[in-house]
Design a protein around this ligand. Sequence first.
Ligand code: NDP
Length: 449
Amino acid sequence: MPAKTVEDLLAILKQRDGHHPEFCQAVGEVIESLKVVFEQNAKYISVFEQLLEPERVIMFRVPWMNDKSEMCINRGFRIQYSSAIGPYKGGCRFHPSVNLSVLKFLGFEQILKNSLTTLPMGGGKGGSDFDPKGKTDREVMSFCQSFMTELQRHIGQFTDVPAGDIGVGGREIGYMFGQYKRLTNKFEGVLTGKKYNWGGSLIRPEATGYGAVYYLQEMMQDNQTEMKGKVVLVSGSGNVAQYACEKLIQLQAKCCSFSDSDGTIIEPEGFTVEGLAKIMDIKNNLRGRCQDYMNFSKTAKFYAGQRPWAVFEGHVDVIMPCATQNEVNGDEAKRVIAQGCKFVSEGANMPSNDDAIHAYHSSGVFYGPAKAANAGGVATSGLEMSQNSMRLQWSREKVDEELHNIMKKIFKQCKDTAEKYGKPKNYQFGANVAGFLKVADSMIDQGCV
Ligand code: NDP
Protein backbone atom coordinates (compact mmCIF):
# COMPACT_ATOMS: atom_id res chain seq x y z
CA MET A 1 0.00 0.00 0.00
CA PRO A 2 1.33 3.48 -0.83
CA ALA A 3 2.35 5.60 2.17
CA LYS A 4 -0.33 8.00 3.38
CA THR A 5 1.17 9.24 6.63
CA VAL A 6 4.53 10.00 8.20
CA GLU A 7 4.12 6.82 10.25
CA ASP A 8 3.78 4.84 7.00
CA LEU A 9 7.03 6.37 5.71
CA LEU A 10 8.85 5.51 8.92
CA ALA A 11 7.47 1.96 8.84
CA ILE A 12 8.70 1.44 5.25
CA LEU A 13 12.09 2.88 6.17
CA LYS A 14 12.40 0.58 9.15
CA GLN A 15 11.17 -2.50 7.33
CA ARG A 16 13.45 -2.05 4.29
CA ASP A 17 16.47 -0.34 5.78
CA GLY A 18 16.35 -0.79 9.54
CA HIS A 19 19.75 -2.48 9.28
CA HIS A 20 21.27 0.67 7.73
CA PRO A 21 21.62 2.97 10.76
CA GLU A 22 23.30 5.97 9.10
CA PHE A 23 20.76 5.96 6.28
CA CYS A 24 17.83 5.80 8.74
CA GLN A 25 19.38 8.64 10.76
CA ALA A 26 19.76 10.92 7.74
CA VAL A 27 16.28 10.18 6.38
CA GLY A 28 14.62 10.38 9.80
CA GLU A 29 16.09 13.83 10.39
CA VAL A 30 14.61 15.12 7.12
CA ILE A 31 11.20 13.49 7.72
CA GLU A 32 11.02 15.28 11.08
CA SER A 33 11.48 18.66 9.32
CA LEU A 34 9.02 17.81 6.56
CA LYS A 35 6.08 16.92 8.84
CA VAL A 36 4.63 20.39 8.45
CA VAL A 37 4.99 20.23 4.64
CA PHE A 38 3.25 16.83 4.57
CA GLU A 39 0.44 18.20 6.76
CA GLN A 40 -0.13 21.08 4.35
CA ASN A 41 0.04 18.97 1.21
CA ALA A 42 -0.25 15.19 1.39
CA LYS A 43 0.99 14.70 -2.20
CA TYR A 44 4.52 15.15 -0.92
CA ILE A 45 4.25 12.00 1.20
CA SER A 46 4.16 9.77 -1.85
CA VAL A 47 7.01 11.73 -3.43
CA PHE A 48 9.04 11.11 -0.32
CA GLU A 49 8.20 7.42 -0.51
CA GLN A 50 9.89 7.39 -3.93
CA LEU A 51 12.93 9.03 -2.36
CA LEU A 52 13.27 6.22 0.17
CA GLU A 53 14.64 4.11 -2.67
CA PRO A 54 17.67 5.12 -4.78
CA GLU A 55 17.11 5.04 -8.55
CA ARG A 56 20.01 2.61 -8.89
CA VAL A 57 22.58 0.90 -6.65
CA ILE A 58 25.68 -0.52 -8.29
CA MET A 59 27.99 -2.81 -6.34
CA PHE A 60 31.05 -4.50 -7.76
CA ARG A 61 34.28 -6.33 -7.10
CA VAL A 62 37.55 -4.37 -7.30
CA PRO A 63 40.54 -6.68 -7.74
CA TRP A 64 44.00 -5.07 -7.63
CA MET A 65 47.62 -6.09 -7.08
CA ASN A 66 49.64 -4.83 -4.12
CA ASP A 67 53.40 -4.27 -4.16
CA LYS A 68 54.03 -7.85 -3.06
CA SER A 69 52.22 -9.06 -6.20
CA GLU A 70 49.34 -10.36 -4.11
CA MET A 71 45.79 -10.00 -5.38
CA CYS A 72 43.59 -7.89 -3.09
CA ILE A 73 39.82 -7.62 -3.33
CA ASN A 74 37.72 -4.63 -2.29
CA ARG A 75 34.07 -3.78 -2.72
CA GLY A 76 33.11 -0.86 -4.97
CA PHE A 77 29.82 1.06 -4.99
CA ARG A 78 27.97 3.76 -6.84
CA ILE A 79 24.59 4.95 -5.59
CA GLN A 80 22.77 6.78 -8.39
CA TYR A 81 20.19 8.19 -6.05
CA SER A 82 18.18 10.85 -7.85
CA SER A 83 18.33 12.37 -11.33
CA ALA A 84 15.23 14.54 -10.84
CA ILE A 85 17.03 17.86 -11.37
CA GLY A 86 20.21 16.86 -13.20
CA PRO A 87 22.83 14.15 -13.76
CA TYR A 88 23.82 12.19 -10.64
CA LYS A 89 26.52 14.12 -8.82
CA GLY A 90 28.44 13.35 -5.65
CA GLY A 91 31.81 12.23 -4.39
CA CYS A 92 33.58 8.92 -3.98
CA ARG A 93 34.82 7.91 -0.53
CA PHE A 94 37.66 5.43 0.03
CA HIS A 95 37.66 4.38 3.69
CA PRO A 96 37.41 1.01 5.48
CA SER A 97 34.09 2.09 7.06
CA VAL A 98 32.37 2.46 3.66
CA ASN A 99 29.27 0.30 3.28
CA LEU A 100 25.78 0.60 1.78
CA SER A 101 24.34 2.39 4.79
CA VAL A 102 27.03 5.08 4.74
CA LEU A 103 26.83 5.63 0.98
CA LYS A 104 23.03 5.68 0.91
CA PHE A 105 22.96 8.29 3.67
CA LEU A 106 25.53 10.36 1.77
CA GLY A 107 23.62 9.95 -1.51
CA PHE A 108 20.35 10.95 0.11
CA GLU A 109 21.89 14.07 1.71
CA GLN A 110 23.48 14.92 -1.62
CA ILE A 111 20.08 15.19 -3.34
CA LEU A 112 18.90 18.00 -1.08
CA LYS A 113 22.33 19.63 -0.93
CA ASN A 114 22.65 19.77 -4.70
CA SER A 115 19.15 21.17 -4.94
CA LEU A 116 20.13 24.01 -2.57
CA THR A 117 23.13 24.98 -4.70
CA THR A 118 20.69 26.34 -7.34
CA LEU A 119 22.61 24.33 -9.99
CA PRO A 120 21.15 21.47 -12.09
CA MET A 121 22.66 18.45 -10.35
CA GLY A 122 21.03 15.24 -9.12
CA GLY A 123 22.30 13.23 -6.18
CA GLY A 124 24.78 10.35 -6.09
CA LYS A 125 27.62 8.95 -4.03
CA GLY A 126 30.11 6.13 -4.33
CA GLY A 127 33.33 4.66 -3.11
CA SER A 128 34.96 1.63 -1.66
CA ASP A 129 36.09 0.04 1.60
CA PHE A 130 39.66 0.41 0.26
CA ASP A 131 41.96 2.24 2.69
CA PRO A 132 44.52 4.45 0.91
CA LYS A 133 46.35 5.07 4.19
CA GLY A 134 49.74 3.39 4.26
CA LYS A 135 49.54 2.35 0.58
CA THR A 136 52.19 3.30 -1.94
CA ASP A 137 51.37 5.50 -4.94
CA ARG A 138 51.63 2.46 -7.17
CA GLU A 139 49.13 0.53 -5.05
CA VAL A 140 46.71 3.47 -5.02
CA MET A 141 47.02 3.71 -8.82
CA SER A 142 46.40 -0.01 -9.23
CA PHE A 143 43.27 0.23 -7.09
CA CYS A 144 41.95 3.38 -8.80
CA GLN A 145 42.43 1.89 -12.26
CA SER A 146 40.56 -1.26 -11.32
CA PHE A 147 37.79 0.73 -9.63
CA MET A 148 37.34 2.86 -12.76
CA THR A 149 37.46 -0.15 -15.07
CA GLU A 150 34.04 -1.15 -13.76
CA LEU A 151 32.69 2.30 -12.85
CA GLN A 152 33.28 3.76 -16.34
CA ARG A 153 30.36 1.86 -17.86
CA HIS A 154 27.93 3.58 -15.46
CA ILE A 155 29.09 7.24 -15.62
CA GLY A 156 29.54 10.06 -18.12
CA GLN A 157 29.35 13.84 -18.34
CA PHE A 158 25.57 13.72 -18.91
CA THR A 159 24.87 10.70 -16.70
CA ASP A 160 26.83 10.69 -13.47
CA VAL A 161 29.81 12.85 -12.51
CA PRO A 162 31.72 11.57 -9.44
CA ALA A 163 34.22 13.65 -7.42
CA GLY A 164 36.36 13.30 -4.28
CA ASP A 165 35.48 12.78 -0.62
CA ILE A 166 37.29 11.16 2.32
CA GLY A 167 40.38 9.38 1.00
CA VAL A 168 39.87 10.65 -2.55
CA GLY A 169 41.81 13.78 -3.46
CA GLY A 170 43.68 15.09 -6.51
CA ARG A 171 45.92 12.01 -6.73
CA GLU A 172 43.06 9.52 -6.82
CA ILE A 173 40.95 11.65 -9.19
CA GLY A 174 43.98 11.82 -11.52
CA TYR A 175 44.45 8.05 -11.65
CA MET A 176 40.72 7.49 -12.19
CA PHE A 177 40.47 10.16 -14.89
CA GLY A 178 43.47 8.68 -16.71
CA GLN A 179 41.90 5.24 -16.72
CA TYR A 180 38.50 6.57 -17.86
CA LYS A 181 40.16 8.33 -20.77
CA ARG A 182 42.11 5.23 -21.72
CA LEU A 183 39.05 2.98 -21.66
CA THR A 184 36.60 5.28 -23.41
CA ASN A 185 38.92 7.40 -25.57
CA LYS A 186 37.02 10.47 -24.35
CA PHE A 187 38.44 13.59 -22.70
CA GLU A 188 35.27 14.80 -21.03
CA GLY A 189 34.15 16.32 -17.75
CA VAL A 190 33.28 12.96 -16.26
CA LEU A 191 34.91 13.68 -12.89
CA THR A 192 35.30 16.90 -10.92
CA GLY A 193 38.11 17.79 -8.56
CA LYS A 194 40.53 17.46 -11.48
CA LYS A 195 43.82 19.34 -11.39
CA TYR A 196 43.91 22.64 -13.25
CA ASN A 197 46.21 21.52 -16.07
CA TRP A 198 43.79 18.84 -17.24
CA GLY A 199 40.42 20.49 -16.88
CA GLY A 200 40.00 21.29 -13.20
CA SER A 201 38.61 24.47 -11.74
CA LEU A 202 40.57 26.92 -9.66
CA ILE A 203 39.15 27.13 -6.10
CA ARG A 204 37.67 23.60 -6.26
CA PRO A 205 40.18 22.32 -3.67
CA GLU A 206 39.35 25.26 -1.39
CA ALA A 207 35.61 25.30 -2.06
CA THR A 208 34.10 23.14 0.68
CA GLY A 209 36.13 24.69 3.49
CA TYR A 210 35.79 28.24 2.19
CA GLY A 211 32.09 27.69 1.57
CA ALA A 212 31.47 26.46 5.13
CA VAL A 213 33.13 29.63 6.44
CA TYR A 214 31.11 31.82 4.05
CA TYR A 215 27.98 30.13 5.38
CA LEU A 216 29.17 30.81 8.94
CA GLN A 217 29.71 34.45 7.99
CA GLU A 218 26.11 34.68 6.75
CA MET A 219 24.79 33.14 9.98
CA MET A 220 26.87 35.59 12.00
CA GLN A 221 25.70 38.60 10.01
CA ASP A 222 22.11 37.45 10.45
CA ASN A 223 22.71 37.47 14.19
CA GLN A 224 24.77 40.66 14.55
CA THR A 225 28.06 38.88 15.27
CA GLU A 226 31.58 39.71 14.03
CA MET A 227 33.92 37.01 12.78
CA LYS A 228 37.08 38.81 13.90
CA GLY A 229 38.70 37.29 16.99
CA LYS A 230 36.26 34.39 17.32
CA VAL A 231 37.59 31.10 18.70
CA VAL A 232 36.77 28.26 16.31
CA LEU A 233 37.33 24.54 16.85
CA VAL A 234 37.82 22.57 13.63
CA SER A 235 38.01 18.78 13.44
CA GLY A 236 39.67 16.72 10.73
CA SER A 237 42.84 17.77 8.96
CA GLY A 238 42.00 16.89 5.38
CA ASN A 239 40.78 18.91 2.45
CA VAL A 240 37.78 20.52 4.12
CA ALA A 241 39.44 21.28 7.47
CA GLN A 242 42.56 22.80 5.89
CA TYR A 243 40.71 25.30 3.73
CA ALA A 244 38.19 26.13 6.45
CA CYS A 245 41.20 27.08 8.58
CA GLU A 246 42.75 29.11 5.75
CA LYS A 247 39.60 31.18 5.30
CA LEU A 248 39.15 31.60 9.07
CA ILE A 249 42.69 32.99 9.34
CA GLN A 250 42.01 35.37 6.42
CA LEU A 251 38.92 36.64 8.26
CA GLN A 252 40.92 37.05 11.49
CA ALA A 253 39.17 34.31 13.45
CA LYS A 254 41.27 31.90 15.53
CA CYS A 255 41.25 28.31 14.34
CA CYS A 256 42.53 26.42 17.40
CA SER A 257 42.36 22.74 16.49
CA PHE A 258 42.84 19.99 13.95
CA SER A 259 42.35 16.26 14.38
CA ASP A 260 42.61 12.89 12.69
CA SER A 261 41.66 9.39 13.71
CA ASP A 262 44.70 9.26 16.06
CA GLY A 263 43.78 12.35 18.09
CA THR A 264 43.52 16.12 18.37
CA ILE A 265 46.05 18.87 18.20
CA ILE A 266 45.24 22.12 20.02
CA GLU A 267 47.04 25.37 19.25
CA PRO A 268 45.66 27.58 22.08
CA GLU A 269 46.17 30.94 20.34
CA GLY A 270 45.14 29.68 16.92
CA PHE A 271 47.09 28.29 13.95
CA THR A 272 49.16 30.85 12.08
CA VAL A 273 49.62 30.88 8.30
CA GLU A 274 52.95 29.09 8.83
CA GLY A 275 51.38 26.54 11.19
CA LEU A 276 48.67 25.76 8.66
CA ALA A 277 51.29 25.40 5.90
CA LYS A 278 53.04 22.85 8.11
CA ILE A 279 49.82 20.86 8.64
CA MET A 280 49.20 20.94 4.87
CA ASP A 281 52.71 19.70 4.16
CA ILE A 282 52.38 16.89 6.73
CA LYS A 283 49.01 15.79 5.41
CA ASN A 284 49.20 16.44 1.66
CA ASN A 285 52.86 15.79 0.83
CA LEU A 286 54.32 13.65 3.60
CA ARG A 287 50.99 11.82 4.15
CA GLY A 288 51.73 11.93 7.88
CA ARG A 289 49.68 12.35 11.05
CA CYS A 290 48.48 15.38 13.01
CA GLN A 291 50.77 14.41 15.85
CA ASP A 292 53.80 15.08 13.62
CA TYR A 293 52.99 18.79 13.97
CA MET A 294 54.23 18.58 17.60
CA ASN A 295 57.80 18.58 16.23
CA PHE A 296 57.25 22.13 14.96
CA SER A 297 55.34 23.89 17.74
CA LYS A 298 56.26 24.71 21.30
CA THR A 299 52.74 25.83 22.19
CA ALA A 300 50.60 23.01 20.76
CA LYS A 301 49.25 20.06 22.75
CA PHE A 302 48.31 16.65 21.39
CA TYR A 303 45.49 14.56 22.88
CA ALA A 304 45.65 10.96 21.69
CA GLY A 305 42.34 9.39 20.68
CA GLN A 306 40.31 12.54 21.50
CA ARG A 307 38.15 14.96 19.54
CA PRO A 308 38.54 18.75 19.83
CA TRP A 309 35.18 19.27 21.59
CA ALA A 310 36.17 16.89 24.37
CA VAL A 311 39.53 18.48 25.26
CA PHE A 312 39.70 22.19 24.45
CA GLU A 313 39.85 24.36 27.59
CA GLY A 314 38.60 27.94 27.60
CA HIS A 315 36.07 30.02 25.72
CA VAL A 316 34.67 28.68 22.40
CA ASP A 317 32.57 30.66 19.91
CA VAL A 318 32.16 28.28 16.99
CA ILE A 319 32.60 24.62 16.15
CA MET A 320 33.20 23.37 12.61
CA PRO A 321 33.22 19.56 12.46
CA CYS A 322 35.07 18.72 9.22
CA ALA A 323 36.06 15.04 9.58
CA THR A 324 33.24 12.50 9.39
CA GLN A 325 29.71 11.49 10.41
CA ASN A 326 28.56 11.37 14.05
CA GLU A 327 31.70 13.02 15.40
CA VAL A 328 29.86 15.34 17.79
CA ASN A 329 27.63 13.67 20.39
CA GLY A 330 25.19 15.20 22.86
CA ASP A 331 27.68 15.46 25.74
CA GLU A 332 30.31 17.06 23.54
CA ALA A 333 27.75 19.53 22.18
CA LYS A 334 26.69 20.46 25.74
CA ARG A 335 30.33 20.86 26.75
CA VAL A 336 31.14 23.41 24.03
CA ILE A 337 27.83 25.20 24.58
CA ALA A 338 28.78 25.60 28.25
CA GLN A 339 32.09 27.09 27.01
CA GLY A 340 30.15 29.75 25.08
CA CYS A 341 29.64 28.17 21.64
CA LYS A 342 26.93 30.02 19.68
CA PHE A 343 27.49 28.81 16.09
CA VAL A 344 27.95 25.46 14.36
CA SER A 345 28.89 25.25 10.68
CA GLU A 346 29.24 21.67 9.45
CA GLY A 347 32.00 20.95 6.91
CA ALA A 348 31.59 17.17 7.19
CA ASN A 349 28.42 15.28 6.29
CA MET A 350 26.08 14.53 9.24
CA PRO A 351 28.83 15.15 11.82
CA SER A 352 26.38 15.97 14.64
CA ASN A 353 24.28 13.14 15.98
CA ASP A 354 20.61 13.63 16.94
CA ASP A 355 21.44 14.41 20.58
CA ALA A 356 23.94 17.07 19.55
CA ILE A 357 21.40 18.71 17.21
CA HIS A 358 18.84 18.66 19.99
CA ALA A 359 21.35 20.37 22.30
CA TYR A 360 22.03 23.10 19.70
CA HIS A 361 18.33 23.89 19.25
CA SER A 362 17.47 23.81 22.94
CA SER A 363 20.34 26.20 23.76
CA GLY A 364 19.72 28.74 21.00
CA VAL A 365 22.87 27.82 19.08
CA PHE A 366 22.72 28.90 15.42
CA TYR A 367 23.13 25.67 13.51
CA GLY A 368 24.32 25.49 9.89
CA PRO A 369 23.60 21.91 8.78
CA ALA A 370 25.96 20.07 6.46
CA LYS A 371 23.68 19.94 3.43
CA ALA A 372 23.71 23.74 3.35
CA ALA A 373 27.02 24.70 4.97
CA ASN A 374 29.26 22.31 3.02
CA ALA A 375 27.46 22.64 -0.33
CA GLY A 376 30.22 24.93 -1.65
CA GLY A 377 32.25 21.90 -2.71
CA VAL A 378 29.66 20.41 -4.98
CA ALA A 379 28.59 23.86 -6.15
CA THR A 380 32.12 24.51 -7.38
CA SER A 381 32.12 21.06 -8.96
CA GLY A 382 29.04 22.30 -10.82
CA LEU A 383 31.08 25.31 -11.93
CA GLU A 384 33.86 22.95 -13.04
CA MET A 385 31.29 21.08 -15.17
CA SER A 386 30.16 24.36 -16.73
CA GLN A 387 33.74 25.34 -17.56
CA ASN A 388 34.39 21.89 -19.08
CA SER A 389 31.29 22.21 -21.26
CA MET A 390 32.34 25.66 -22.41
CA ARG A 391 35.95 24.51 -22.96
CA LEU A 392 37.40 27.34 -20.89
CA GLN A 393 38.71 28.04 -17.41
CA TRP A 394 37.77 30.95 -15.18
CA SER A 395 40.09 32.98 -12.94
CA ARG A 396 40.41 32.32 -9.21
CA GLU A 397 38.62 35.55 -8.47
CA LYS A 398 35.65 34.70 -10.66
CA VAL A 399 35.17 31.21 -9.23
CA ASP A 400 35.56 32.46 -5.66
CA GLU A 401 33.02 35.19 -6.29
CA GLU A 402 30.56 32.68 -7.79
CA LEU A 403 31.10 30.36 -4.81
CA HIS A 404 30.54 33.20 -2.36
CA ASN A 405 27.34 34.24 -4.13
CA ILE A 406 26.06 30.67 -4.17
CA MET A 407 26.69 30.32 -0.41
CA LYS A 408 24.75 33.54 0.16
CA LYS A 409 21.88 32.21 -1.94
CA ILE A 410 21.91 28.91 -0.05
CA PHE A 411 21.79 30.74 3.26
CA LYS A 412 18.95 32.95 2.07
CA GLN A 413 16.88 29.93 1.04
CA CYS A 414 17.41 28.38 4.52
CA LYS A 415 16.56 31.62 6.31
CA ASP A 416 13.54 32.57 4.16
CA THR A 417 12.03 29.09 4.18
CA ALA A 418 12.39 28.83 7.97
CA GLU A 419 10.67 32.21 8.37
CA LYS A 420 7.92 31.31 5.91
CA TYR A 421 6.99 28.25 7.98
CA GLY A 422 7.14 30.14 11.30
CA LYS A 423 10.48 28.72 12.42
CA PRO A 424 12.80 31.73 12.23
CA LYS A 425 16.54 31.02 12.59
CA ASN A 426 16.02 27.27 12.25
CA TYR A 427 18.37 26.96 9.29
CA GLN A 428 18.29 23.16 9.50
CA PHE A 429 14.52 23.18 8.95
CA GLY A 430 14.90 25.69 6.12
CA ALA A 431 17.58 23.63 4.38
CA ASN A 432 15.56 20.42 4.51
CA VAL A 433 12.33 21.98 3.30
CA ALA A 434 13.81 24.20 0.56
CA GLY A 435 16.07 21.40 -0.72
CA PHE A 436 13.22 18.90 -0.77
CA LEU A 437 10.52 21.01 -2.42
CA LYS A 438 12.54 21.76 -5.56
CA VAL A 439 13.32 18.06 -6.05
CA ALA A 440 9.79 16.94 -5.14
CA ASP A 441 8.10 19.32 -7.57
CA SER A 442 10.46 18.18 -10.34
CA MET A 443 9.61 14.55 -9.57
CA ILE A 444 5.90 15.31 -9.78
CA ASP A 445 6.43 17.02 -13.15
CA GLN A 446 8.26 13.96 -14.50
CA GLY A 447 5.65 11.40 -13.45
CA CYS A 448 5.98 7.84 -12.20
CA VAL A 449 9.60 7.07 -13.16
P1 NDP B 1 39.94 13.94 3.71
O1 NDP B 1 40.16 12.51 3.41
O2 NDP B 1 40.73 14.95 3.00
O3 NDP B 1 40.11 14.19 5.27
C1 NDP B 1 39.34 13.50 6.20
C2 NDP B 1 39.80 13.89 7.59
O4 NDP B 1 38.87 13.37 8.53
C3 NDP B 1 41.15 13.30 7.95
O5 NDP B 1 41.78 14.14 8.85
C4 NDP B 1 40.76 11.98 8.62
O6 NDP B 1 41.70 11.49 9.54
C5 NDP B 1 39.52 12.42 9.37
N1 NDP B 1 38.65 11.26 9.57
C6 NDP B 1 38.04 10.53 8.60
N2 NDP B 1 37.36 9.53 9.15
C7 NDP B 1 37.54 9.64 10.47
C8 NDP B 1 37.07 8.89 11.59
N3 NDP B 1 36.27 7.83 11.42
N4 NDP B 1 37.44 9.30 12.83
C9 NDP B 1 38.26 10.38 12.98
N5 NDP B 1 38.74 11.12 11.97
C10 NDP B 1 38.37 10.75 10.75
O7 NDP B 1 38.36 14.18 3.50
P2 NDP B 1 37.59 15.55 3.26
O8 NDP B 1 38.22 16.64 4.03
O9 NDP B 1 37.38 15.70 1.81
O10 NDP B 1 36.16 15.20 3.88
C11 NDP B 1 35.85 15.45 5.24
C12 NDP B 1 34.34 15.51 5.42
O11 NDP B 1 33.79 16.53 4.59
C13 NDP B 1 33.59 14.22 5.04
O12 NDP B 1 32.46 14.08 5.90
C14 NDP B 1 33.11 14.52 3.64
O13 NDP B 1 31.97 13.75 3.29
C15 NDP B 1 32.77 15.99 3.77
N6 NDP B 1 32.70 16.73 2.52
C16 NDP B 1 33.78 16.79 1.68
C17 NDP B 1 33.71 17.50 0.51
C18 NDP B 1 34.89 17.71 -0.37
O14 NDP B 1 34.77 18.53 -1.30
N7 NDP B 1 36.00 17.06 -0.14
C19 NDP B 1 32.44 18.14 0.08
C20 NDP B 1 31.39 18.09 1.07
C21 NDP B 1 31.53 17.37 2.22
P3 NDP B 1 42.51 10.14 9.17
O15 NDP B 1 43.50 10.57 8.15
O16 NDP B 1 43.12 9.69 10.45
O17 NDP B 1 41.50 9.16 8.64
